[in-house]
Design a protein around this ligand. Structure first.
Ligand code: ZN
Length: 328
């Protein structure tokens, strides 16, 4: 990939030709950010270099990095992320609660498929009420799901029977896929007429759009962005009707990291004063004292953030939104 990126010919969702350059990121800078933030950088191994360009379709409002196939992470990348960070497969997600509630309000739901089910946290939650199946690529996650009795396989969607599900759900999956149109077509094929698609994705108009760089919202992690307008556009592109849209409220942890983008980095360690040296000679606790001071500083900052959080909730949009679409 070169920095002289060719403008994409058409939108990967609606095939429209009206496409604008939205944002771009220097890959060398991203490498350094990843190394600092996550202790590794995936770009070199994946052969991603130069500049990563994000485009926006003026017809359907899809935001997409291009070429998405080159920029999307592979199985090894996701193994690395999930094995390094236990938070990667969160057990309690806002969208799981909302999705379970939506399902409970729909009539005639028996078979539910979840694509990209991870460790099966959502399926476990609903398995007593529905006949559930999960698809997943991560071998360790599949093993974890099977160990708790879930029907989870690495089969491709194309191998499953036409019209065999009442609901096809995918949480935090669409934004990772280089070919969104094909994914939605496959999902529709698996649904019986009148069945439902349940998708949760990061809202490209959420709080993090204000932050310059959110590393996990760009390649090789996310390659697509779906706004509410993009989901509305799907009604004209597929035989679908947008039935429900839900927005996650701003979370405190997200507000804290959002503010972190604007806060100055901590000052460099200062030169020990005469008093520090005397205390160190006598008691040797200089380091512990510094740690204590840092903790105190963090607690104060945290308290200040908590006081502004309530008003921020009215102004900043949360991270995730969830849609329910019905097959016509
Ligand atoms: Zn489009």
């Amino acid at each position: 990939m070169s920095s002289l990126q060719k403008h994409p010919q058409s939108c990967p969702l609606c095939a429209g030709k009206q496409i604008g350059l939205h944002r771009w990121f220097d890959v060398d800078a991203l490498k350094a950010d990843w190394q600092k933030g996550f202790g590794f950088e995936p770009f070199s191994r994946l052969g991603i270099e130069g500049v990563a360009h994000q485009f926006r379709c003026f017809d359907c409002d899809l935001r997409f990095f291009d070429p998405a196939t080159t920029l999307a992470g592979d199985g090894e990348f996701y193994n690395e992320l999930s094995s390094r960070f236990s938070w990667y497969y969160e057990k309690d997600k806002w969208e799981f609660d909302v999705a379970a509630e939506i399902l409970a309000g729909l009539d005639g739901i028996k078979r539910v498929l979840e694509v990209g089910c991870g460790q099966g946290h959502f399926l476990v939650r609903i398995k007593n009420r529905y006949d559930v199946k999960g698809l997943e690529f991560n071998p360790q996650a599949i093993a974890d799901c099977r160990a708790i009795g879930l029907d989870v396989t690495s089969e491709a969607m194309a191998t499953l029977g036409e019209g065999s599900f009442d609901v096809v759900s995918a949480f935090e999956v669409l934004e990772h896929l280089p070919a969104p149109r094909e994914f939605i077509e496959q999902s529709l094929r698996l649904l019986r007429p009148g069945g439902y698609l349940l998708f949760a994705v990061p809202d490209p108009e959420g709080y993090f759009t204000e932050a310059e760089k959110v590393l996990l919202d760009m390649p090789p992690h996310h390659v697509m962005g779906f706004s509410k307008k993009a989901f509305k556009s799907m009604q004209a592109l597929f035989s679908l009707k947008l039935e429900q849209v839900h927005q996650e409220p701003l979370r405190f942890a997200h507000y804290r990291s959002y503010l972190g983008n604007f806060l100055a980095p901590p000052p460099p360690p200062r030169k020990p004063s005469f008093l520090d040296r005397v205390l160190y000679r006598l008691f040797g606790y200089q380091k512990e004292r510094d740690v204590e001071l840092k903790r105190l500083g963090e607690r104060v900052t945290e308290m200040q953030m908590a006081t502004t959080f309530q008003s921020a909730k009215d102004k900043l949009v949360g991270q995730t939104h969830l849609v329910l679409l019905q097959k016509q």
